[in-house]
Design a protein around this ligand. Sequence first.
Ligand code: NAD
Ligand code: MG
Length: 383
Amino acid sequence: MQKIAILGCTGSIGTQALQVAALHPDRFRVLALTAHSSAEKLFELVRRFRPEYAFYTGGEIALPEDVKSLCKWSFGTKALIEAARLPEVDTVLDAVMGMAGLEAVLAAGKAGKKVLLANKEALVAGGALVMELFGPVGNHRLLPVDSEHSAIWQCLEGAHGCQPKELILTASGGPFRTWTLERIRKATIGEALGHPTWSMGRKITVDSATMFNKALEIIEARWLFDVPHEKIRVHIHPQSIVHSAVRFEDGTVIAQMGIPDMRLPILYAMSWPDRLPTGTEDLDLFKIGTLTFEKPDDARFPAMDMARSCLDAGGTACAVLNAANEEAVGAFLQGKILLGEIYDTVSFVLDRLPTLAVREAGDIFEADRRAREMARERIGGLK
Ligand code: NAD
Ligand code: MG
């Protein structure tokens, strides 16, 4: 029986994790739940899953009488760290949105927990520190949940230690795959949130439209699999059936396929090394018929090149890229800036903030703070 804490339980990944956990009560006991907003949804999940601990990280809130006594409660941002290192918990699923999850990942790692990582921003900002703490994916202390990285991990598991020649990171291309640059720059919030194949939280859906999501995933793959970015090639694959692939020295390419449904990689990380039913429909290749692949267009989607430059720069550069993007996406979702101004904001901040060496976690948090401050100033100037 695995005793799990789910950080970010009210989100897209969090709720899907609870769905698959509920299918296998003999394997998983949900011991702790955290949420940052949507208090009502958290109350519902507490009533249904009866965890021993619940944490509302968004601040103090009044609790309805019936949920007050169901479990122990804590409030505020520090509660996330408390949840990540509960002594009774052995596995922590980090499904928090954004860099806010980094401190929790580090706390869970230091407390010896196994971490299932959906929260890519934590790895983008603090990759070197996280990998130093957990060791390579092969140690099975840090397991990827992101579908592409889960795919690469699964392909490598079948390779008996053979090193990859290249990682093939697939991308749906998002809703603007065929749009002109001019049209992309002026896309509305509704258009950006209309992802063709995946249903996800708002921030990652906008990232998929700008392809910052793939930029973050190049950085994520670099750290998880210790592969230089030159050996990570993005392939646009609009059907989202091949979740990623690995090329080996002999020319063989091993790919992982499945329907585009996050319950598969979530449950695989939870149940590894076993494979359990996910309650989803089987992939029907006859129905899909055709799988296609295209080269990404870096002129219309410059985020991936930005990520590669940040990896070359090292130090705090990827944390700065991530922070500026988080701020810009937030501003876009509030209708303060145009979609194209997300790129402008990130380039503005990257061009001005010097890249500093990372000696400890505090260096990352400081770079993150400064990048957000500069991004907010720039966004204020754009209005
Ligand atoms: P979401 O917005 O649907 O949910 C985020 C969860 O995190 C919520 O429970 C929210 O309350 C909590 N949260 C938000 N801000 C927080 C903060 N500052 N401190 C603590 N908790 C906070 O997001 P999501 O789509 O579920 O994505 C979660 C993470 O998983 C992201 O890093 C995303 O990139 C990654 N991911 C998501 C998908 C997907 O299909 N949704 C796929 C791959 C990777
Ligand atoms: Mg992904």
